[in-house]
Write a protein that binds this ligand. Structure first.
Ligand code: AVJ
Ligand code: FE
Length: 456
């Protein structure tokens, strides 16, 4: 089901690195250099930091760890260490200026491609589970190359967030998703109860926090067939949802009061109409699109207002991967085939979510739409390790975040590339965050009456 042939993986790694760099180049060349060094929001790094950080991570893992090469610029490591300098302080660091950052990233890339061509992709599943740590584990299935392509794409998503926060004329353009007939399927779908396999031990480039595969019990539940739309969310807003403490988690209510939050980020009301700013354009909020730029607290409050709740991470993954009747978990809702533009809105091909009900070919076997792509979906769950978790290749990727004030998001968004998104992929952020491309769908338990009636 997954390409295990080392040469196929090598080609895939090469293509993923090249595609990531094309995206990075676009995101850092569509604005003036002054815009690359500016601080567009204290929540974000200057774009030029992301650019050199991408190069520095690649240097550390592909050139030094895998290739055994000497450091090109050891003196800059600490500047681009995300743990040493919080984002808000990065504009005042002696960062490489744009032209130098570009040259550095390009120089690293040239050498990394040499390492890619000369490194044996050791067969088997990467790392830890066969007791293999360090260098050997890094090249199993070309893991380090996949990891670095994912890392760059993750920063390309981060840079897209910075572009969204940036004031001024539009810099990025992309075609809109194709129009689709209004969704007229069921609003919610019953996901039968029972065990399923969560996480993976076989997906070659799955990151440490997605591993290992393990069994989970999930009680029957109902899940929205599509993400919650702007139109539905607006009813919560217009119903005074942001004025009503009973819908809110205590700390959510604190957030609403302290920051005067009245609607999703980038929305504003003008002349009786809700408008939103999107990559420099101001437009009426489209009712049929999944809501985006909401915090976990807002998603949670909406769900309570609607008499529902957020799905747990296990519920979300079961809905996305479990094959009913086969007792098998697929890589994606539609099966094991890699995502194509017919399956999901991924990879910054469009700069907005597609209308709810889009991508019927990407639906799950139970008919649940848009689990992958469009918007990241908040889940009810805290970010915690799976049983048997082993940090690899560095504790700072996942382990140091476990048990912190983080909620898990699933499914990816229009903003992220397919290489950094799959049925097992776990994203996480603080529950107050809303500059990210976050939306949600809601769930509910099966009622006793429904159980008694044999519906579940
Ligand atoms: C998994 C998206 C939370 O951006 O902080 C990038 C990814 N890790 N560089 C982040 C990441 C190291 C990470 N998230
Ligand atoms: Fe990073």
């Amino acid at each position: 089901q997954v390409a295990a042939d080392p040469e196929a993986l090598r080609r895939r790694a090469r293509a993923a690195l090249v595609a990531a760099r094309e995206r990075t180049a676009l995101l850092t060349s569509c604005v003036e250099d002054a815009d690359l060094t500016a601080q567009h929001s204290p929540l974000m790094s200057p774009l030029v930091w992301d650019l050199a950080h991408i190069g520095n991570q690649e240097e550390q893992w592909l050139l030094r760890a895998v290739g055994g090469r000497d450091a090109l610029r050891p003196e800059i490591d600490s500047l681009y260490d995300a743990f040493e300098h919080p984002r808000a302080t990065r504009p005042s660091l002696p960062l490489l200026p744009p032209e130098e950052a570009r040259r550095y990233a390009a120089e690293v890339r040239g050498r990394a491609l040499d390492v890619l061509e000369t490194t044996p992709f050791t067969p088997g599943t990467p790392f830890a589970y066969d007791g293999e740590h360090g260098r050997g584990g890094l090249t199993d299935a070309g893991f380090a190359f996949g990891m670095i392509a994912q890392h760059e794409q993750q920063h390309d998503e981060t840079m897209l967030i910075t572009h969204q926060l940036r004031k001024g004329a539009p810099a990025l353009t992309a075609p809109d998703p194709e129009p689709v007939p209004a969704y007229d399927g069921p609003a919610e779908v019953l996901v039968p109860g029972g065990p399923f396999t969560m996480g993976t031990s076989t997906e070659p480039w799955a990151l440490d926090n997605e591993r290992p595969a393990h069994r989970r019990q999930v009680a029957p539940f109902f899940l929205d067939a599509t993400p919650v739309t702007n139109g539905a969310y607006q009813r919560f807003v217009d119903d005074g949802g942001y004025d009503e403490p009973r819908w809110w988690h205590e700390r959510g209510w604190e957030m609403v009061r302290a920051h005067g939050v009245t609607a999703p980020l980038f929305w504003r009301r003008e002349g009786g109409q809700w408008l939103r700013r999107r990559f420099g354009h101001v437009e009426p909020v489209p009712a049929d699109e999944p809501v985006v730029h909401v915090s976990w607290y807002e998603a949670d409050a909406y769900a309570r207002w609607a008499g529902r709740r957020l799905p747990t991470e296990a519920e979300w993954e079961k809905a996305a991967r479990h094959r009913p009747g086969e007792d098998r978990s697929a890589r994606y809702p539609w099966g094991d085939e890699d995502p194509t533009p017919r399956h999901a809105n991924l990879g910054q091909r469009h700069l907005r979510p597609a209308p709810a009900g889009s991508y019927p070919r990407g639906a799950s076997p139970l008919g649940i739409r848009q689990l992958m792509g469009d918007v990241w979906e908040w889940t009810a769950s805290d970010f915690l390790p799976y049983p048997g978790f082993v940090a690899f290749p560095y504790r700072e990727y996942s382990e140091v975040f476990f048990g912190g004030d983080y909620k898990v998001l699933r499914g990816g968004a229009f903003s992220v590339d397919a290489v950094a998104c799959r049925g097992t992929f776990r994203n996480w952020d603080h529950p107050v965050r809303r500059q990210i491309f976050s939306g949600f769908r809601t769930a509910r338990d099966v009622t006793p009456a429904e159980s008694a009636a044999g519906r579940a």
